[in-house]
Ligand binder design. Structure first.
Ligand SMILES: *Cc1c(COP(=O)(O)O)cnc(C)c1O
Length: 302
């Protein structure tokens, strides 16, 4: 297994400002401290998949990502640490002949072989992996365990279900919160909660209504053989879309860092925290609610 740097991850109280005025407690679950190369939810989601890969005798992992994909880097580092080969299919064939950006360079340095696909070929390949049918991909790339884009599958959700298991004493006051990219982390958190507690996801992409809810339900069926009704997704705090960070969001993140001494990743974690502050300010949470925000990752190095 891929040794964590720190497990269970720390839980810290952050109640101040708008949360205190709303009578709501805010705690942070510091999953960003889990592993330096495979941070946060990437470590949680990869764990059971890596165990399955080793158990099934795979020697190679194959996955997908964009030019700055954290998932791609995480798979490269995890595979390298376990002595497995890795192949990364990257969106954008024009990147093949350009100098590597820091993210792709890090993936290559960890031992990943990169293959650059046109957008159409990438869509086709990720579609096959999303259907959890890697037959065609294996024909092309050889025997390998195929991980979907973003790393969310049933096993990934099972890995993320360990997050609430590290939060003792959850009950009807509790809302455990995380950002939502593909929904694997939220699916795991919801599935791992005790009765009464709820999960709230904040979508970081625009236009995900319906689609993301269907994805979480699909991951619940794949990982746990049932659906859950203790979660919901907020779609009003994506900041303009995936990867978009409006100036006021960056300012909020900077202010939060200064106040609490915690690095705030912008594309996911800042959107989550800003959404919670906004919702608390608007009275969306009953007084006495205890929010636990999962800090799912680290700021980019560049
Ligand atoms: C990848 C990532 C997410 C997205 O998680 P999903 O399980 O895909 O919803 C959230 N936060 C951070 C920091 C990430 O890197």
């Amino acid at each position: 297994m891929l040794e964590p740097a720190l497990l269970p991850t720390p839980l810290v109280d952050c109640t101040d400002g708008v949360f205190a005025r709303a009578g709501v407690r805010l705690r942070l679950k510091r999953d960003d401290l889990l592993h330096p190369g495979v941070p946060g939810n990437k470590w949680r989601k990869l764990g059971p998949n890596l165990a399955a890969a080793v158990e099934q005798g795979h020697t190679r992992l194959l996955t997908f990502g964009g030019a700055y994909s954290t998932h791609l880097r995480a798979v490269a580092v995890a595979a390298g640490a376990l002595g497995l080969e890795s192949v990364g299919l990257v969106r954008g064939e024009e990147l093949a002949d350009r100098p590597r950006n820091w993210s792709l360079r890090a993936a290559e340095r960890a031992g990943m072989r990169l293959e650059f696909l046109t957008r159409a070929a990438y869509r086709e390949a990720t579609g096959r992996a999303g259907a959890e049918d890697g037959t065609e991909l294996r024909r092309r790339w050889g025997p390998c365990l195929v991980l979907p884009e973003g790393g969310s599958n049933g096993l990934a959700a099972v890995g993320a279900a360990a997050i609430p298991a590290e939060l003792p004493g959850l009950d009807g006051r509790d809302v455990v919160c995380c950002p939502v990219g593909t929904g694997g982390t939220l699916a795991g958190i919801a599935a791992g909660l005790p009765a009464g507690a709820r999960a709230l996801g904040v979508a970081v992409l625009r236009g995900g209504e319906g689609y993301l809810e269907a994805e979480v339900a699909r991951l619940h069926r794949a990982g746990f053989g049932r659906e859950f009704d203790n979660w919901r997704i907020d779609h009003a705090h994506h900041g303009g879309g995936y990867g978009k960070v409006p100036a006021e969001l960056a300012a909020f993140a900077g202010e939060f860092e200064r106040r609490h001494g915690i690095p705030v990743e912008h594309r996911y974690v800042a959107k989550l925290l800003a959404a919670l502050a906004d919702l608390a300010g608007a009275g969306a949470f009953e007084r006495g609610t205890r929010l636990t925000a999962v800090v799912t990752g680290l700021p980019d190095p560049e």
